[in-house]
Structures are given as C-alpha cells and as structure tokens.
Design a protein around this ligand. Structure first.
Ligand code: SF4
Ligand code: SF4
Length: 301
C-alpha cells in the first residue's frame, strides 16, 4: 500500500478521536481491568479489517516494532488454541501488562477506538468498565447508520480492497470478499439486489439497487459495489452508470475510477475507458492492471 493511503487512514483516526468520548487521564490504568483487550478470548466479537492489519504492519515499519506480532494478533482474533485446546492468547498480544497499555495505541483498530463510546446491543459491558453507563448502545444492523464515521470508514475499506493486486477480469474473490458485504446492514436492499442478480432476475435486482441508492444517497461505496456486481453479471451499461455515480460522489477514489474504466471498456466505450484508467492511475500509479490495460487500449486505438 502507498504511504499516501496510510496517511488518509491516520487522518480518519484523528477526526474520529475528536468525536469519541474522551477518557479521563489514566482511568483504565487506575482500574487495571483490561477487559476490553481480552474480549475475543472471552468469546466476544472484535472485527478488524485487512486494511487495519496493513496499517498496523506499516506502523511497525515506521516504528521498528518486531514484525511477528501481527501474526500473534491474528491468532488472538481467530481464537487460536494450543494443542491442549486452551486459547493461545487470553489477552491481546499488543497489550503490555508492564505499562498497562496498548503497545500500538496510535495504530489500534477502529473497534478498539469505539470501545467505550459505542457498544453493540447485547454486548456484556464489563461491570467495572469506566464506560459501562456512558457508551451508546447501537443495534448491530444499524451500526453503519448510527455511527456517523462508519460510512467514511467503509469508503476507506473499499479503496483499500480496490488497491489490492487486481487482475482483469475482476476475480470472483474480490467480488465475494466478505469485507464488501460488511458494509451493509442485513435489511439493506443492496443484499436483495445482489441475491436477485445471482438468481438471474436482472430487473428485480436493478429495482433493489435503486432502492439502496435512494436510501443511502451519499455512500459512494454502494454504487461501486453495485457496479462490481453488474460487471460480474455482464450487465456492462448499467455497471458503467453505477460506476459514474460512485465517481461523482468520491472523485478522489482511484478504485472507483478503475471499476468505471472496466465497465466502460466492457461496454465498448473505449475512449471513456482510457480516460477513466488514466484518472485512476493519476490517483494510484501502482495499479499494474490499470497500467497494462491502458497501454494495450492505447496501442490498439
Ligand atoms: S490492539 Fe490495543 S487496544 Fe486493541 S485490543 Fe489490542 S491492546 Fe487492546
Ligand atoms: S474495560 Fe473499560 S475500564 Fe477496563 S480497561 Fe477497558 S476501557 Fe478501561
């Protein structure tokens, strides 16, 4: 990943911090419970995206931390057990018992940052937690609506997914990446649209896709996801129309331009495809698939 992208994540975290409940100095050190950093081992959820794992790894490179710890963190998140069947990491490996603090505090994931300010309904907040009666309870399905910066975070995740090594045609793995589906609550019409499309019911799918756009008019990752679905389903003209919506909402997102370029290319609009590949490369010069495809389009046009 490019440093410019990591800087965007840093800026996002900085903005986020100013919106969250500020902790009284040393409140956690004083109580010494560390419940929040052992949630996974106790069966709780702790969702960390691949973007955040990359961000933490980059933090290592900048600070010189030992690289291996990220693997321990992944083991913690997956509740890995030892040969005797015991949880390998009863507490997050980044938690320093000596200092009673997170050793990657400035790079810690979103879910760690939200702890205390927001709790998913049903989560058993430790009774001795300072935030027990302060944090806002949010329904899991309404997380993206309730938490104002969840949308901005999803857009960053979309950009990160799109900056992965991309091959053309788009691989089913990219399209089926569960992180895309994590952008939607279970009642969102997008999921119905996707299901109808998979069942070959194009008209019905387009109706649901339109519903989700009306419901979430400012969330640019939604038209991008729809565009990807439609590319997979070989509905290229509609894919281009949704790609245009995504680009209009977030013109600085290289991935959206890339998806639009593919949709244009496959729908035969080669000049527009060239322009979109060029725009995408301006924003992310490391996209090898965009470079190769653009060169071949320029040579044959
Ligand atoms: S990353 Fe840091 S804040 Fe998050 S669970 Fe681990 S030690 Fe706690
Ligand atoms: S559970 Fe609450 S009080 Fe305990 S360390 Fe975490 S945030 Fe602090």
């Amino acid at each position: 990943m490019e440093q410019a992208f990591f800087k965007k994540i840093t800026q996002f975290y900085e903005q986020l911090e100013s919106d969250l409940i500020q902790v009284e100095e040393n409140v956690c050190k004083a109580c010494q419970c560390s419940e929040c950093c052992s949630i996974v081992a106790k069966g709780g959820e702790h969702s960390v995206s691949s973007m955040e794992l990359d961000y933490i790894e980059n933090y290592y490179q900048e600070t010189g931390y030992p690289q291996g710890n990220i693997n321990l963190f992944k083991e913690y998140l997956s509740r890995k057990k030892d040969t005797a069947g015991e949880i390998l990491h009863p507490i997050c490996p980044f938690f320093s018992k000596q200092n009673f603090q997170c050793s990657i505090y400035s790079a810690r994931p979103l879910s760690c940052r939200l702890f205390g300010s927001y709790f998913i309904e049903g989560f058993q907040v430790p009774s001795r937690c300072y935030f027990n009666t302060i944090g806002k309870i949010v329904k899991k399905d309404e997380f993206i609506k309730e938490i104002p910066f969840a949308v901005a975070f999803s857009e960053l995740k979309a950009e990160h997914l799109g900056a992965q090594k991309i091959t053309l045609p788009l691989s089913p793995e990219l399209h089926q990446n569960p992180e895309y589906l994590s952008f939607f609550d279970s009642s969102d019409p997008y999921l119905k649209g996707r299901k109808n499309l998979q069942d070959g019911k194009i008209t019905k799918a387009l109706e649901h896709y339109q519903e989700t756009i009306v419901k979430n008019p400012k969330q640019s990752f939604i038209p991008c996801c729809i565009s990807l679905d439609l590319i997979q389903a070989q509905q290229y003209a509609e894919a281009a129309a949704y790609g245009e919506k995504a680009v209009t909402l977030s013109p600085e997102n290289a991935f959206y331009h890339f998806v639009l370029a593919i949709a244009y290319q496959l729908s035969g609009k080669i000049e527009k495809a060239i322009e979109s590949y060029q725009e995408s490369l301006k924003l992310n010069p490391e996209n090898e698939a965009a470079k190769t495809t653009l060169n071949s389009l320029l040579q044959s046009s």
